[in-house]
Design a protein around this ligand. Structure first.
Ligand SMILES: [Zn+2]
Length: 108
């Protein structure tokens, strides 16, 4: 399944390329019997008005998604990440953060 972390995740304005990347990424997660949990999309500000992502982030432009990584077993984490990179092709960058995987459109 592809699921949202909660109702704070915004998807409006997400680029079609990112939708395709999420579908391909989901297929990799499925191979490991894991759900793909989207933790961030295009949202820009917390309800209190503070900025969620760094300046210059591709999230507000619809060119980035964050996926939960805490449910990925350590034993398969590296392999899963390289499978994602293989699955989505060279136009996307996958960055491992401590709490999540960040995927963004980075056309070559
Ligand atoms: Zn991100």
């Amino acid at each position: 399944m592809i699921v949202l972390k909660d109702q704070t995740v915004k998807l409006s304005g997400i680029k079609p390329e990112m939708v395709m990347a999420a579908i391909l990424t989901h297929q990799v997660f499925q191979k490991y019997n894991l759900d793909l949990i989207i933790t961030a999309g295009t949202e820009e500000f917390y309800p209190d008005g503070t900025q969620i992502h760094m300046d210059g982030s591709k999230h507000p432009k619809g060119e980035a998604l964050d996926y939960r990584s805490s449910h990925i077993p350590d034993a398969v984490y590296t392999k899963l990440c390289s499978d994602i990179v293989d699955a989505v092709g060279i136009e996307f960058q996958l960055i491992r953060h401590e709490s999540h995987l960040h995927q963004e459109l980075d056309p070559k």
